[in-house]
Design a protein around this ligand. Sequence first.
Ligand code: PMP
Ligand code: GLN
Length: 384
Amino acid sequence: LLTSAGELSGTVFEEMSRLAARTGAINLGQGFPDVDGPPEMLDAAAAALRGGGNQYSPVAGVPQLQEAVAEHQRRFYGLEPDPASGVVVTVGASEGLAASLLAFLRPGDEVVTFEPHYDLYGAVVEFAGARLVTVPLEPPRFSPDLDRLAAAFGPRTRMVILNDPHNPTGTVFDDAVLSRVVELAAEHDCVVVTDEVYEHLRYGGAHRPLAALPGAFERTLTVSSVGKTFSATGWRVGWVSGPEHLVGAVRATKAYFTHSAATPLQLGAAAALRLPDAFYEGLAEDFRQRRDVLVQGLAAAGAEPFEPQGTFFVVADVRALCERHGVGDATALAPVLAERSGVVGVPVPALASAAHRGLYTTWMRFSFGKRRDLLEQAGRRLAG
Ligand code: PMP
Ligand code: GLN
């Protein structure tokens, strides 16, 4: 089933990072920061490594991190997951998402999500024998059509996946969208899985988790990780929080994937989550400045960027660049830009379904999770 679909030959992010390595281009494709995370986090992990913290942790994670996650959810969002039974530590948000999906999905079930979307959702839904039903966010504004959202639900809908802030578009969903998702999920008795890995990369407003809406917590699994907030995508530490009856099923499932995440890194993550508000504010301001550099660079190069309200991605209509380089679409442009301009981005059609790919043919995603000088250089290269 999977290989005949040809979808699992490798992720587009791996492919674009290989392209960047081969051509020596600036890699604005795969999203990962090019700096280390906060020293408090690194010191805590190093101390744990040297201090005997090198054996299995409990399946649900070290209690210090479970408590730090619960405390973070309370500090920023007023949510109150129980640290012991309502938080499970996972190997990145990736395992948190995979375990959440596989814990609840059965063959024939349907899962509603917006597209374009992070590629893991489609792959794991398929592992479960379930089917992803997508609602397109249409360019150039990428705002959801609530009638189309409602129409995507049916008798087989078992789950909704909401990625907010949204990769790749940088969209942040407003209260009307979040409330409609909660209503529809209640009507169809669905579990909602929210992917909030970009929760602290928000520009012009604080993040509001769907679980904080009235009536939402009891049916919602909230997933996040250290990767983006603490510039530690290689640590592979994430977590899922929510009500005990849902989180318990995720814990039981993930026990058979990896058992537990790396113990010393969990202790580092616990220290990171406890950093003062000033750290989080500084992070968002730093990324906002980098966003502006990349948005301006793309516009100066003739692309038409959509200004993101969250994440570290900008999607841009690269029609003018396609014309300049004599290619038909963003997919054909990616290797040409790498060779001729020395910049790698991800063609958005790679993150869309066959049914809706046509909406995004001239759109490309660029990451600003990089040093400012590199972002400035990328802008100049694209213009040249
Ligand atoms: N969800 C989204 C939307 C992502 O962009 C990513 C990649 N950073 C992940 C999940 C995976 O996160 P992690 O690296 O913590 O597994
Ligand atoms: N989340 C990152 C992105 O969207 C990449 C993660 C991965 O390589 N799977 O670019």
